[in-house]
Design a protein around this ligand. Sequence first.
Ligand code: NAD
Ligand code: ZN
Length: 366
Amino acid sequence: HFENVRVGLGERSYDIVIGSGLLAQAGERIAAVAPGAACAIVTDSNVAALYLPALEDSLKASGLRTTSIVVEPGESSKSLGVFGRVCEEAIAARIERRDVIVALGGGVVGDLSGFVAASLRRGARFIQIPTSLLAQVDSSVGGKTGINSPQGKNLIGAFHQPALVLADVDTLVTLPPRELRAGYAEVVKYGLICDRRFFEWLEADGDAVFHSKPEQICAVAVSCETKARIVANDETEQGDRALLNLGHTFGHAFERLVNYDNARLVHGEGVAIGLALALRFSHRLGLCAGQDAERAERHLASLGLPTRIGEIPGWNFDADAVLNAMYQDKKVEKGALTFVLLRGIGEAFVAKSVDAGEVRRFLLSE
Ligand code: NAD
Ligand code: ZN
């Protein structure tokens, strides 16, 4: 059983295929999109040990020439140094513009190798095979690629759309439970942004997304559809694409304050707290019913996600520290904060010029 989501971007439209058993079909499916191409598979050592041989076999069986480039796992691989090494290895493997960079892994591998694809010979073809839930529902869709600089996250990058995304839910069985939960926070985000029925389905069946393939396929497909629709309307984030930042203005501030220490906080956990805060803040501003805020918080907490700032281990920052961290976000303009707020579950909107004093008072009450 496969779901197919078409991302409509004119001539750069592409398919996201979601299902079970896709890794074994990758060769055929890639050959159909890029006949005769050579493939440079970029992956990290965790994912390589689990899934690289199966992917290599599938590509070879379809007559595709392949080379594999393995990086260290973790955010530190989104660096100029690793970027340079991957580019050089791809050039040494004679990857031309018509050839394909294949990302096999989580969001780190996807962002890094997408930026390699965008840069190599001014733009080689790119195919994503996301293996973490976060990458399947978020980072593999939408065309944002890039790496970090010592000054901050994702400061160097490009928009480069993939030619195909293959999300094989079979790979989720080996994903550490904490990573699975973190990805699930982004799934809940889509329900909160614009799909109350999807949120209600998650309330009823969301725990199945943690272990059962049909529900995983459904959750990934609905998430990708929502993201694809928002991105197609606003590819370069002039307007509504900002809705995807729901929960992230707060979440990014927490990640920054703990120095991106994943032992304390991973991205999706920051997002889960950020989502709960966005709802409580909206309620405080008189925009959203308290019941909706409580309901979303209850659902996130029921699956083991944090919803309160105090749940971050060793948290010792005050409201001003959080505000200052928010000002450092490249998407936040000083004085007038842009926030994604909600009128209720499934009714998010972009609020420009939210008063910083209001945010501060809210944080003090948390
Ligand atoms: P990640 O790529 O670091 O993967 C998390 C961990 O899980 C890693 O240790 C990885 O080796 C391991 N892993 C991945 N798949 C596995 C599997 N199937 N089985 C066992 N282990 C597996 O992190 P992530 O959460 O996937 O992605 C986070 C990155 O994504 C961040 O750098 C973030 O900036 C980026 N991101 C990008 C976008 C975008 O639009 N481009 C959106 C959201 C996040
Ligand atoms: Zn996110």
